[in-house]
Design a protein around this ligand. Structure first.
Ligand SMILES: Cc1ncc(COP(=O)(O)O)c(C=O)c1O
Length: 390
């Protein structure tokens, strides 16, 4: 019985489940309760970057022999090991990690750090962005969603796309008042159908933030750990964020874990001003898997495969016959295809699911986030299904 038939008697929430009741997952595939196989072009929205049930991660879980839990007030060597590893692989001077359980908490921590460091209260973000589902994240996300929260953070402003010179001017007008604690965005905006900023925009933004004492927060919760063909999407632009939020693919889907990274200077300044305590932040099992995951990402040629596959997706998509003119946006394996309306992408998503391919639609786009280590044959099979469903 599928989810739609079984209904949601006890589960809360208005969002209707897609008609796919999962029984299992393996590599690039999902299996429903009738053992029907689906190619997964979603990866749980940038979570399963190494495919499902990756042998390295599975082995790490199986062999884990550490404490059941560690009270956050104690010391635990693997915490320091993971923090060091993150410092080594992160862009710029991000060398200090706050421990969290997921993306929203990482964003909330980032906002707290920014307020404490600057002594300011306001935030600037992109209109229609998404940074999580808790009150602080909703306050800086899409204004439509924020307006539904009747006691949200005050002083959150947004600038609209496109990300160009004109928008930089608007940002400057806002930052000039020196009341904005931080500007926050995804470096490649997965949550808006994969919007890829230009390098000049990102570098201009960084300059403005520095000029007016506003911290630059990069939310790499979705883009982190190879999704865009580099370990972190910020690297594409040569920028050095003051704070970076990570989660999702850090454990490849096995355990909820996140982090908020910042510089030594900022951490030192806020150390006695923000109190970040997270009961399950960096659960020892999660830390063990994260260490295995990140070391594996560094050792294997996974990013190379992702960039090779990116070219295959790019070539195949640009030769597909779409009904109307589309805009294809692709960087690494973050792929968005924007159509003229929002009904057509939904139709495509439904049809693809019937044919055994999972992807999702978002506003006027469909987005694809295939596993970074997917083989070419599976990628081409998925693309053939998509083409058939257009
Ligand atoms: C960019 C971004 N930030 C934050 C979040 C929130 O993460 P979580 O659902 O782990 O709280 C998400 C989740 O999709 C996200 O994509």
């Amino acid at each position: 019985m599928g989810v739609e038939q079984s209904g949601k008697k006890f589960l809360a929430g208005s969002e209707e489940a897609l008609p796919l009741e999962i029984k299992n997952s393996d590599g690039a595939y999902l299996y429903d309760v009738n053992d029907k196989k689906y190619i997964d072009f979603l990866s749980g929205w940038c979570v399963g970057n190494l495919g499902w049930g990756n042998s390295v991660l599975k082995k790490a879980i199986r062999e884990y022999d550490g404490p059941a839990y560690v009270y956050p007030g104690l010391s635990y060597k693997p915490w320091e090991e993971l923090a060091q590893l993150l410092a080594e692989i992160s862009p710029g001077k991000l060398t200090k990690s706050f421990r969290t359980t997921g993306g929203s908490e990482s964003v909330d921590t980032a906002l707290q750090i920014a307020m404490a460091y600057t002594g300011r209260k306001r935030f600037l973000s992109l209109e229609n962005s998404y940074h999580g589902n808790i009150i602080s994240s909703l306050s800086i996300g899409s204004s439509v969603t924020a307006d539904k929260v009747n006691n949200r953070l005050q002083g959150c402003d947004r600038v609209e796309l496109p990300l160009n010179e004109k928008t930089l001017k608007k940002i400057e007008t806002n930052l000039k008042k020196k009341t904005v604690a931080a500007f926050i965005m995804e470096p490649v905006i997965c949550n808006m159908g994969v919007v890829i900023p230009e390098k000049v925009f990102m570098q201009g933004l960084e300059k403005l933030c520095r000029k007016y004492g506003t911290l630059l927060i990069m939310d790499e919760v979705a883009t982190g750990f190879g999704r865009t063909g580099k370990l972190f999407a910020s690297e594409h632009f040569g920028i050095e964020p003051d704070i970076m939020c990570i989660s999702k693919a850090i454990t490849g889907g096995y355990v909820g874990l996140g982090a908020t990274l910042t510089t030594e200077k900022i951490e030192k300044a806020v150390r006695d001003k923000v109190e970040i305590y997270s009961t399950y932040g960096w659960h020892p099992l999660g830390v063990h898997v994260a260490l295995a995951n990140i070391r594996h990402l560094g050792k294997e040629n996974i990013l190379e495969n992702a960039n090779r596959l990116s070219n295959i997706f790019s070539g195949a998509l640009s030769s597909m016959k779409f009904k109307k003119k589309v805009e294809i946006r692709i960087i690494g394996l973050a792929i968005g295809i924007e159509f003229g309306d929002s009904r057509y992408p939904e139709k495509i998503r439904r049809k693809c699911l019937e044919e055994g391919l999972l992807l999702v639609n978002q506003e006027k786009s469909i987005v694809l986030f295939p596993a970074l280590n997917m083989d070419e044959k599976t990628a081409r099979e998925g693309l053939a299904i998509l083409e058939k469903c257009l």
